[in-house]
Design a protein around this ligand. Structure first.
Ligand code: FUL
Length: 495
């Protein structure tokens, strides 16, 4: 009996060995650069919240001078749990808070300054908003990110070497005392006029060298290894080059980060990335749901419409970027009813658009796939697994994938994903539908990246074909989805 069992075990091991062997040979080699684990986790969040809430909320400004009295900061009913509930219901995965904006006021009781909540009437100076947000995020399962403005118009030290120590001390407090932080936001606006401890003058700094970025960033890496750092120069996530929420139609996740610094960059390069960039630094689209970043009552009627938000969504998440949507709480310390309502409508629209993936589980035909190996078959693009993909032989940089929906369906939205853990490859693609026996072009584009979405006029068809026309190396596609955007939400924008 023991011998039979032993033989069975032996044969099983040989079988498993041959399976895993055949599965692991011939994997496509990564095309450098590729994302780090923290960058991939960040990209998968897709949509998250920016919260501009600070002294400006109470002074009705966008940029405080730095001479505002802490007494003015007094939310009457601050409720970070309400924010997080609203964001979670909207499908957002993270909340990034302006712990300190350019005016220098700190939302946590920093031991390095008096210009903070500890000298405000809010909770008799005993409050700590960063703690409240961190607790709320933990309770509801969202990630927390922090914005710590490098520019500080309150600090007397700004412009001198001592300020760098002050800035780093604050970074250290924020990254040590509040649990996990997943994104640290370094704003590019820095240097200029300010209060500066009463000096009231113009202080210019060298944006490239003043902050000694390599050593400042090291604090983040050491204390929060899972956090990505955002700035014009990354190092992990780059600004998209505008505050409208629009990524370039061509959007590579690569740039040469050492050519830039926070506040020193070419906006065109940030918007499109570089096909031959040496560093993986994907784009984030930051945009406000209102005209300003901070809450102003006079803007209550100017909250972006569902149509505007959808267009932004398709031009950010749909163009290989993430969407960091700013939703500023009002003076009570809650998300205002106007914005709450709009986010609900926006979520309803997204739910309606993505209700039924017409490609899910459908048969896919391709002329070729890598080594004719089961591991790379075309059906992987409709199987819902992130880590299964279709791929060609190394020498082949084009390919054709035909999705057979089985019956005629109305379609007007295509979603394609490249398997970016192996790098961003595709340079040109097109999509066609079979109509009356002929292939009719629906869409044509350049890059794909983590996710590319494309809206086209509604077509009724049973077969959609995606052609990869050119790539930096053999294309690796892990997902294709097809949808019918309800007419009410359809905007025929892309040409
Ligand atoms: C800019 C800042 O100057 C704005 O006030 C805002 O914080 C925006 C997100 O970044 O550079």
């Amino acid at each position: 009996m023991l011998r039979i069992k032993g033989l069975f075990f032996f044969l099983t091991m040989i079988f498993l060995g041959s399976v895993s062997c055949s599965q692991n040979t011939n994997l496509p080699a990564p095309v450098d650069p590729v994302p780090s684990a923290r960058q991939l986790a960040w990209q998968k969040m897709e949509f998250y919240a920016f919260v501009h809430f600070n002294m400006n909320t109470f002074t009705d400004k966008e940029w405080g001078y730095g001479d505002e009295s802490p007494k003015r900061f007094n939310p009457t009913d601050l409720d970070c749990r309400q924010w997080v509930r609203v964001f979670k219901a909207a499908g957002m995965k993270q909340v990034i808070l302006t712990a300190k904006h350019h005016d220098g006021f700190c939302l946590w009781p920093s031991k390095y300054t008096e210009h903070s909540v500890k000298n405000s009437p809010w909770k008799n100076g005993k409050g700590d908003m960063v703690k409240e947000l961190s607790d709320a995020c933990k309770e509801y399962g969202l990630k927390m990110g922090l914005y710590l403005s490098p520019w500080d118009r309150n600090s007397a030290l700004y412009g001198t070497p001592a300020y760098i120590t002050y800035y780093r001390n604050q970074l250290q407090e924020l990254l040590s005392d509040y649990g996990p932080v997943y994104e640290v936001w370094f704003d590019g606006a820095n240097g200029g006029t300010g209060y500066y401890g009463g000096a009231r003058e113009n202080r210019k700094i060298d944006r490239k060298t003043y902050y000694d970025w390599p050593n400042t960033r090291k604090i983040v890496r050491d204390l929060q290894p899972e956090a990505v750092m955002f700035s014009d120069a990354g190092p992990d996530v780059r600004w998209v080059g505008n505050e409208k929420g629009i990524a370039g139609e061509t959007n590579w996740s690569m740039i040469n980060k050492n050519e830039f610094a926070p506040g020193v960059a070419k906006q065109e390069v940030l918007n499109h990335g570089l096909e031959n960039g040496k560093d993986w630094v994907p784009a984030e689209c930051d945009v406000s749901i209102r005209p300003g970043w901070f809450y102003h009552r006079k803007e209550d009627e100017q909250v972006k419409t569902v149509d505007q938000l959808l267009d932004i969504y398709f031009k950010s998440v749909g163009r290989n970027a993430t969407l960091n949507l700013n939703v500023p709480p009002d003076r009570t310390g809650k998300i205002n009813e106007h914005d709450v309502q709009r986010l609900k409508e926006f979520r309803n629209a997204l739910n309606a658009i993505f209700a039924v993936n017409l490609a899910a589980g459908k048969k896919v035909h391709a002329g070729s796939w890598r080594g004719r190996n089961q591991q790379f078959v075309p059906d992987h693009i409709t199987d819902a697994g992130y880590d299964t993909y279709w791929c060609t032989d190394d020498s082949v940089k084009t390919g054709m994938l035909t999705i057979d929906m089985g019956k005629r369906q109305e379609v007007n939205l295509l979603l394609v994903q490249e398997y970016i853990p192996l790098g961003q490859r595709v340079k040109a693609w097109k999509a066609e539908a079979l109509k009356d026996g002929k292939w009719v072009e629906l869409a044509r584009g350049t890059t794909i990246g983590f996710k590319r979405m494309f809206r086209f006029p509604t077509v009724k068809t049973d077969k959609i074909r995606l052609t990869i026309l050119d790539a930096r190396a053999c294309p690796v596609i892990n997902n294709v989805e097809l949808y019918r955007i309800p007419d009410k939400y359809f905007q025929e924008i892309e040409k």
